[in-house]
Write a protein that binds this ligand. Structure first.
Ligand SMILES: C[S@@+](CC[C@H](N)C(=O)[O-])C[C@H]1O[C@@H](n2cnc3c(N)ncnc32)[C@H](O)[C@@H]1O
Length: 310
């Protein structure tokens, strides 16, 4: 299952491994929350271990996008997404977090999702799937001129996928034309509505601040998925040295994801392989991600182990 919204650098695929090391506490802070995958996982699976969840993300619009998704704004029954073309994307990307993150390449929030050649084709399939509006191209490739009303978006999308593959004689590779990724992404937004059923949602707070401006209560666990060194992809300069000093001074356990931290004040807990798409190169690579903890966290983990032994 995917957690959170589509987001560049999302931890969705490895969130389980990360969260398995967090000790219980009163409060959980996701200070560099991004696409909400870690908070989503924690609220869904570890809600009994914490009383409050605090989500922070400095980029404007992200918190509102997540709150809207949880409140059901992106449910298919009420939200029929218009196709966002390149022009609309470039005009509106800073006004709408939905357009910015769901219609950008690799969810990087900057570059339009589709190449110039595939855009008209994607639009044609999008309108067929979402609005049952077929132009000549959609009719020819899909071999039908309408969907039945009882066919859901997923069913329609998968039908398109297989028809496009056979029309262009493609296998099910990652070929660009096959996927209607904008619709898959909407399904992730829609899924967040399920969180509404959780009582713990009342204890979920959102902040749109710099991490240093968040007041951290006693008896908390803090998770920091910081922008990785050398990958300045989130539109702001991040000072790693300042952050490490801050993390070291914290009395609460601070868990940090990074490729590598050489600063000896932090303790390595885990290595996890992750496939990532970085905007600097637009290439998929497998990278080793590591999870570190500050001294307060290391002591807490050790004392928990000792307690469990006796
Ligand atoms: C690696 S991403 C987090 C991804 C997230 N864990 C997820 O699974 O989607 C790092 C995030 O830190 C945010 N960020 C950068 N500088 C920040 C700061 N000074 N305070 C708070 N957040 C910041 C970025 O905007 C970005 O969304």
């Amino acid at each position: 299952m995917n957690y959170g919204i589509p987001y560049m650098g999302s931890k969705s695929k490895i969130v389980k491994e990360i969260c398995s090391v967090f000790p219980n506490a009163d409060n959980f802070y996701d200070l560099f929350g991004g696409g909400f995958s870690v908070s989503h996982f924690m609220i869904k699976h570890m809600s009994k271990d914490y009383k409050e969840f605090h989500f922070n993300e400095i980029r404007p619009g992200v918190c509102d996008l997540i709150k809207d998704a949880i409140s059901g704004k992106y449910n298919y029954n009420v939200f029929k997404p218009e196709f966002v073309d390149r022009e609309v994307f470039n005009r509106e990307k800073y006004n709408s977090a939905y357009i910015r993150f769901c219609w950008s390449f690799g969810n990087n929030g900057e570059n339009y999702l589709f190449g110039k050649d595939s855009e008209p084709k994607k639009k044609s399939f999008h309108n067929a799937v979402v609005f049952n509006r077929f132009d000549d191209y959609a009719k020819e490739v899909l071999g039908i001129d309408h969907f039945f009303d009882n066919q859901g978006i997923t069913e329609r999308r998968l039908f398109c996928r297989s028809k496009i593959a056979s029309y262009y004689k493609l296998g099910y590779s990652s070929d660009d034309i096959l996927n209607l990724e904008q619709l898959e992404q909407l399904q992730r937004l829609q899924r967040l509505q399920q969180l509404q059923q959780l009582q713990q949602l009342q204890q979920l707070q959102f902040y749109n601040k710099d991490y240093r401006d968040i007041f951290i209560k006693d008896n908390s666990i803090v998770y920091c998925d910081i922008p990785y060194k050398g990958t300045a992809c989130y539109g702001n300069e991040f000072n790693h040295d300042e952050f490490f000093n801050w993390a070291c001074e914290q009395k609460n356990p601070v868990f940090i994801s990074e490729y590598e931290i050489i600063d000896k004040r932090f303790y390595k807990l885990k290595e996890i392989d992750k496939i990532s798409l970085l905007c600097a190169t637009n290439k998929r690579t497998v990278k080793k991600e590591r999870l570190y903890v500050n001294k307060a966290g290391f002591i807490k983990i050790l004392s928990n182990r000792t307690k469990n032994k006796y």
